[in-house]
Structure formats: structure tokens, C-alpha cells
Unconditional design. Structure first.
Length: 203
């Protein structure tokens, strides 16, 4: 099992990056909450990872912190929640936000996440409520530093299209993604900032 990777970011296309580790390029899928704090292209990054093995693909997921990865692993243990939906949940909410929503049984907040219907939201509440308090502090409840936000020098500066593509990859319908991005679009926002604002406006 690959647990952690340290290397140089050579490509960034939300929610995916290509990380060069001693000449080997690893494709990783990241929740947007981890993506926001990444350094610029050609700079080094350390990510905690989780490998999902399917019949048709091996998918490597990357996370800025162990807390993010722990929540991802708990989510995919939940009946009806696969890696793609777990990625969407972690992109829509930070770890603390999700835990608070579960502990307070905020069903209305959870169902706003793409792919999370009422039944799935209810299942998350039933299976996860009270669970995180039982975890070791070193494993979960550690303060997570706010990531710094970098302006990116992207090769293709069509930030709206990139943001829409990322939202579609996270489970939103193309038309909905376009509307979300248009609603928050401003000339000074890059793709990551557009994604962040679009996700915030959807909750």
C-alpha cells in the first residue's frame, strides 16, 4: 500500500495532479479542500495517499493531511458511498465542517452535495455519528493549518472551463456546473478560486 508520496508537481488539472517522484509520475485525484493548498507547478509537495483497486483501474487518491485521508476511508466504508462520492463530499466540506454536520444531524446540508440523496445522507448520519470522537487524537483531531492560496500560472488560462470540468469530475451535471461557475465568476478569480466559490454557494 502506498501511504505517502513526496515529489514535484508537474501538472495540475482539478481535481487531478501529476506528481513526479524520482522520475516516476503518479496521477492522483485530490478533494478540492486539499487541492486549494497545493504549491505551484514545479514545486515539491507531500501528500498522504489511498489506493483504490478496481477491475478496470488502480486509482490513487491524495490528501493534504491524515485527517482528510481518515475521513475518506471512513466514508468509503459506508454502504452506498464509493471513492468518487467520497471525493465530492470532501471537496464540498472541510473535515471539521462535515463532522459538525453529522454530529448536528444537518441532513439538509448533506443532501446539497452532488450524489448525496436523502437515503445516503441518512445512512451517513446513522453510521458515522459519534464515530470520530472514538478515534485517536493523533489520527484525527489535530489542528489543520489553513493552506496558502497561490495564483497559478496555468498553460491554458480558461479558468471558467477548467472550473466547470472539475465540478463535472466531482459529480455535478454539466449544466448545473456551468450555472454554478457563472454565478460566482469574477475576472480576478482563477480556476481553483472559482471552484471554491461555486462549491460554497451550493451549500
Amino acid at each position: 500500500m502506498i501511504g505517502r508520496l513526496h515529489g514535484t508537481i508537474i501538472e495540475k488539472q482539478p481535481p487531478e495532479i501529476l506528481l513526479d517522484v524520482h522520475g516516476v509520475g503518479y496521477e492522483l485525484l485530490l478533494p478540492m479542500t486539499s487541492f486549494y493548498g497545493l504549491p505551484e507547478i514545479n514545486q515539491s509537495a507531500t501528500l498522504f495517499t489511498h489506493l483504490v483497486v478496481r477491475e478496470d483501474a488502480h486509482l490513487l487518491f491524495g490528501f493534504a493531511s491524515k485527517q482528510d485521508r481518515t475521513l475518506f476511508r471512513e466514508l468509503i466504508k459506508t454502504n452506498g458511498v464509493g471513492p468518487k462520492l467520497a471525493l465530492a463530499i470532501l471537496s464540498a466540506m472541510a473535515v471539521d465542517e462535515f463532522i459538525f454536520a453529522v454530529e448536528r444531524e444537518e441532513l439538509s446540508k448533506l443532501v446539497k452535495i452532488p450524489g448525496v440523496g436523502k437515503k445516503t445522507a441518512e445512512r451517513l448520519l446513522v453510521e458515522l455519528k459519534g464515530k470520530f470522537g472514538q478515534m485517536k487524537k493523533a489520527e484525527f483531531f489535530v489542528s489543520i493549518p489553513a493552506g496558502s492560496h497561490h495564483e497559478l500560472d496555468l498553460a491554458v488560462p480558461n479558468y471558467e472551463d477548467d472550473a466547470v470540468a472539475a465540478l463535472v469530475a466531482l459529480g455535478y451535471k454539466a449544466l448545473d456546473a456551468e450555472k454554478m461557475v457563472k454565478r460566482v465568476s469574477k475576472p480576478d478569480l482563477n480556476s481553483e478560486q472559482l471552484i471554491r466559490e461555486a462549491l460554497k454557494s451550493a451549500l
